[in-house]
Design a protein around this ligand. Sequence first.
Ligand SMILES: NC(=O)c1ccc[n+]([C@@H]2O[C@H](COP(=O)([O-])OP(=O)(O)OC[C@H]3O[C@@H](n4cnc5c(N)ncnc54)[C@H](OP(=O)(O)O)[C@@H]3O)[C@@H](O)[C@H]2O)c1
Length: 251
Amino acid sequence: MERKVVLVTGSSRGLGRSCIIEFAKRGYDVVINYLHSEKMAESLKEEVEKNFDVKAMVVKADVSNEQQVQDMVEKIIKIFGHIDVLVNNAAIENNSEFAEKNKESFEKVLGTNLIGSFLVSKYVSKFMLKCQSGRIVNISSNNSIDKYDSSTVEYDVSKAGINILTKVMAKEFAPFINVNAVAPGWILTETNQSIDRELDGTFIKSESEKILLKRFATMEEIAKIVFFLASEEASYLNGEIIVADGGSQNV
Ligand SMILES: NC(=O)c1ccc[n+]([C@@H]2O[C@H](COP(=O)([O-])OP(=O)(O)OC[C@H]3O[C@@H](n4cnc5c(N)ncnc54)[C@H](OP(=O)(O)O)[C@@H]3O)[C@@H](O)[C@H]2O)c1
């Protein structure tokens, strides 16, 4: 049987990388997209092809650039012939005082996180609709729901936009493509671990105190939820935002 194909945007490192490993483990051919981290993307391809009986492809593309997105999707279709699952994961943030924020910082973050998710979905969905099947999983954040802050307003707004984009696309692509989102809380990524080291181990400890489970999610835990939403087991979920934050203190 032909293997299914997943494209995970921004999968050279962090959660995207864990999603690639989760899908490869489950027998998917995987497309690793990156913008700057070429070596990490190439070494992930090697690791996946060595450990699992699947094919991996690496594509450099800036998800906020429409031409690059279009070229990336065409390249994937040329090689694999289809894309069964899209995970819109690529994102950036800008942590700064509200007064220091400006048009450029808003455009940059919205361009990658929100417009990027829209653009990749637009081009991938064309092929999914032709096959009358597909899954899109958007990576949101609990910052879009109850953890927003003025220091990350561009990011928080972009993720709130992703929640609405999820619901709109679920409606637009019905009944052929299921579109859902995961809104994680803190994840134990390399970036968060390095922030913790800079702050002498106080960051993860103090933030964990605010979570009912008293810890950050592992990347694998969130990748498993992403895989679930793309799987047959989630066939009747559509237009949902699944909050995976270990439990809010406000419940
Ligand atoms: N970390 C958390 O605690 C947390 C919590 C809630 C939600 N999330 C969400 O989870 C997702 C992954 O987060 P993470 O912490 O794993 O991120 P990360 O470690 O910062 O990695 C971001 C990834 O996105 C890629 N990327 C950035 N801009 C891009 C662009 N314009 N085009 C293509 N790729 C681009 C990066 O590729 P290059 O390195 O090649 O540039 C990298 O692979 C994001 O959507 C984030 O908002 C994270």
